[in-house]
Ligand binder design. Structure first.
Ligand SMILES: [Zn+2]
Length: 219
């Protein structure tokens, strides 16, 4: 039975932020991440205006390169495929905009700044907390979007902001950060008890350690 903890929602939010802002997000890739985090379609089935459309073996809209710089919402095309969760290309665009705001929260200098950014998101976009089981198809959990059929972008922004707000209150600090490795900057979650993380991954940490070693030995 899936339980929707704040930590699990924040992990999902950060993974989506990385895909949406740093990879080549597509209906297919975002749908895959949502599925990996247990979205089974109950959530998407009520979303308006989209027929189910099998992405098929050719990966559907996976090659559209939505992550290319300079491609704005208007370049996203209108006839593109729709993911199996009812996700469309306009949803991916809306989720990208949300991801940029969530990244700013994790890049905040301190808890106060992060809290102010979260409060702004919640004031602008969230509705009163509402328990839902999606008509009995999931365990009970909180939503702060406008309804079970709210657009994906609204759902992503509000549920992620709520999760980060809970973690901030639990830990009394920014619940993550942005990778300090030059040329990376990817957001990461950091709610461990130890010293604050600086890098998004062991790969970035190792690269920085090797670079620091080289600059010492060549001096
Ligand atoms: Zn990194």
């Amino acid at each position: 039975m899936k339980v929707y903890s704040a930590k699990a929602m924040a992990v999902r939010a950060v993974e989506l932020c990385v895909e949406l802002l740093y990879e080549r997000p597509s209906v297919a890739s975002v749908t895959r991440i949502l599925r990996e985090h247990g979205e089974t379609g109950e959530l998407g089935s009520g979303k308006p205006g989209r027929g189910e459309h099998d992405l098929g073996e050719h990966g559907g809209t996976g090659e559209l390169g939505l992550g290319e710089p300079g491609r704005g919402e208007h370049g996203l095309g209108e006839d593109g495929g729709t993911g199996e969760l009812g996700l469309g290309e306009d949803d991916v665009a809306a989720m990208r905009a949300a991801a940029a705001r969530l990244r700013d929260v994790l890049g905040a200098a301190d808890a106060g700044e992060a809290a102010a950014l979260l409060n702004r998101i919640l004031a602008e976009s969230a509705r009163p907390p509402r328990l839902t089981s999606h008509a009995g198809s999931t365990t009970w959990h909180l939503h702060v979007d406008s309804g079970d059929d709210a657009p994906w972008g609204e759902w992503f922004l509000t549920s992620s902001a709520m999760a980060l707000a809970v973690l901030l209150a639990d830990h009394q600090r920014v619940p993550g950060g942005l990778c300090a490795s030059s040329g990376c900057g990817r957001p990461f979650l950091d709610v461990g008890g130890g010293s604050p993380r600086r890098y998004c991954s062991t790969r970035c940490a190792t690269r920085e350690r090797v670079a620091a070693h080289r600059s010492r030995t060549t001096r």
